[in-house]
Write a protein that binds this ligand. Sequence first.
Ligand code: GRF
Length: 203
Amino acid sequence: MRIAVLVSGSGSNLQAIIDAAAADPTFPAEIALVLSDRPGVRGLERAEAAGIPTQVVAWSDHADRLAFTEAVCDAVEASDAEGLVLAGFMRILSAEAVHRFPNRILNIHPSLLPAFAGGHAIPDALAYGAKLSGVTIHFVDEQVDHGPIIAQQAVPVADDDTEATLHARIQAVEHELYPRAVADFAAGRLVVDGRHVRIQEPL
Ligand code: GRF
């Protein structure tokens, strides 16, 4: 399956997917496009270094969220990608994207949802005094950080953690979990039934 990976920043999860695909000739996803909402980010450099086409769809070039979302979806369709993988993409797409790509948009979130939804999951977990946080990979639905859960893994919070140390521990898990989830998705192994996603092993 051809996929588009959407980034806004460092793109370390994008790199993990690039590396997983490079290491496994049977990896079922091919990255057709890396799209960013802003120019000059490391994620775009990583794509260029891997020879993957890139495109910037700048938030500031669009009148509103719907116009931005339509431009993103148009770019994905033009690349012949059938799935979208959000990897640190810092814009909320309007429901139009879910209508155009139902159960075809994956997101990764640095907490065990539904705990600590939103854009500050790591500082929020620290401020709350949580002993356990983690990683969630889910399909995107019409609500933010809400869709059916594909995979989760817990990550312990240490007493002396800072945002940087907790984020590093979480990212190490993300880099294992996301390529596996992308492979399951691209191979058609994910079966969605309401909120429930099960992984169907090949016969
Ligand atoms: C990840 O920690 C992810 O959970 C969150 O944004 C971060 C992106 O990191 N949504 P990177 O750009 O993949 O390095």
